[in-house]
Design a protein around this ligand. Structure first.
Ligand SMILES: *Cc1c(COP(=O)(O)O)cnc(C)c1O
Length: 387
């Protein structure tokens, strides 16, 4: 079976992990700050906080700006539910901004329209979370300009996008945002099994993130109410969580990070091969990359015109599965999920582009370990759907 995505673990990655298993620290130890520093350096950000997955990273990022009941967070409906769920964990409410028909990212034009309306109604968001869908950066200059005008935080969900860049700045540099979150789930660009990281250039946010990651507990005297107790002493000064990453995972992450450019290069090679092979098929649209963007190509999403094909998505997915080719749909619009339907009142007609995108989208296999033969096999089988 050729899956839609999978990890690439080398012998050296394994050696680095085994080394840690022989060491004194297997939970959060010395490798965590090394991994954080390496990621911050790679992205050109000042600070980084490793966490046990991106969902927990989003949660404490939202907590760090004190997102709470009565606050509103906006994001893209074309994302994994976690982006929105984490705001609900904080007691905040969530709303969605429709996507751009070419990039499938949160549309800055729709964002501006919605902000104008929200301003009149006194319902401006406290934070907007652009999601760099499939590895392609959102139009961060426009979003950042709007954030200054309407004063909201910008938190990038870059779960798909480490290794990519925007206007020659690496995703994660936080040049246009307050914080950026990465996921290291095995289908993403680099992996730690489960894992995530939050980058920022803001020292105060970074302090809060590190506190919230570990129960809200501090050992820093300057933060404690009581001084001179003794070596055993620590204080819990906020309600935090255990969202720590282990050194075992960080060792894998550090080793994977050394290979990231090679991973992204191969992903882009395969995407390019697909683009060339499919560009003349009238029932399928190929990938699109904006000029100022260097996509990490986490996903290769094709829009199938199922009407022109005279076949349903279900038929095609089943057919490809029988041929040993895995596909997936990224994403079911978040407001479609029963939890969101039963608890809130989103209207599908408010998101026409998301709706038409969702009708057509299918992600086909893309991962660095894919061989040229496998790529050709996928191309043959997709081209043959309609002869
Ligand atoms: C994978 C993903 C997440 C969640 O990541 P985890 O590390 O699995 O918690 C959040 N947002 C997006 C866009 C994702 O793709």
């Amino acid at each position: 079976m050729i899956p839609y995505g999978r990890q690439d673990i080398s012998d050296n990655d394994i050696k680095e992990v085994v080394k840690i298993l022989y060491s004194d620290f297997i939970t959060q130890g010395p490798v965590i700050p090394q991994f954080e520093q390496a990621a911050a350096d790679y992205c050109g950000a000042k600070y980084a906080t490793a966490v046990c997955n991106a969902t927990s990273g989003l949660h404490i990022a939202y907590r760090s700006i004190r997102l709470t009941k009565g606050d509103i967070l906006w994001t893209s409906p074309n994302t994994f539910a976690a982006t929105a769920n984490a705001a609900l964990y904080c007691g905040a409410s969530v709303d969605f901004v429709d996507i751009d028909p070419k990039t499938y990212n949160l549309s800055p034009e729709k964002l501006e329209e919605k902000l104008k309306l929200a301003e009149k109604e006194g319902k401006l968001p406290k934070a907007v979370v652009p999601v760099h869908f499939g590895g392609q950066s959102c139009e961060m200059d426009k979003i950042s300009a709007l954030s200054k005008k309407y004063s909201f935080y910008v938190i990038e969900d870059a779960s798909h996008a480490i290794g990519g860049s925007y206007k020659d700045k690496k995703i994660g540099s936080c040049e246009y945002s307050d914080m950026t979150i990465f996921s290291f789930h095995p289908v993403k660009i680099i992996t730690t099994g489960e894992g995530g990281m939050i980058l920022t250039n803001n020292k105060e946010l970074d302090n809060r993130l590190k506190l919230l990651r570990s129960h809200g507990i501090t050992k820093d005297k300057s933060e404690m109410t009581s001084q001179g107790e003794g070596l055993w002493y620590y204080e819990q000064i906020d309600l935090g969580y255990n969202y720590r990453m282990t050194d075992i995972q960080a060792a894998l992450g550090l080793s994977q990070l050394k290979r990231i450019d090679e991973f992204v290069k191969r992903r882009r090679e395969i995407a390019n091969r697909y683009d060339n092979a499919f560009k003349n098929l009238i029932w399928l649209s190929v990938s699109y990359e904006k000029k100022e963007v260097f996509s990490a190509f986490h996903l290769y999403v094709s829009l199938f015109d199922f009407k022109k094909l005279g076949k349903t998505r279900k038929d095609i997915m089943n057919h490809l599965k029988d041929k040993g080719i895995g596909t997936q749909v990224h994403y079911i619009p978040v407001y479609h999920h029963p939890y969101y339907r039963y608890n809130f009142t989103y209207k599908r007609e408010d998101y026409p582009i998301s709706e038409s995108y969702y009708e057509k989208a299918l992600s086909i296999p893309l991962y660095p370990k894919m061989t040229d033969e496998e790529v050709e096999y996928v191309i043959e089988n997709i081209s043959e759907i309609k002869k």
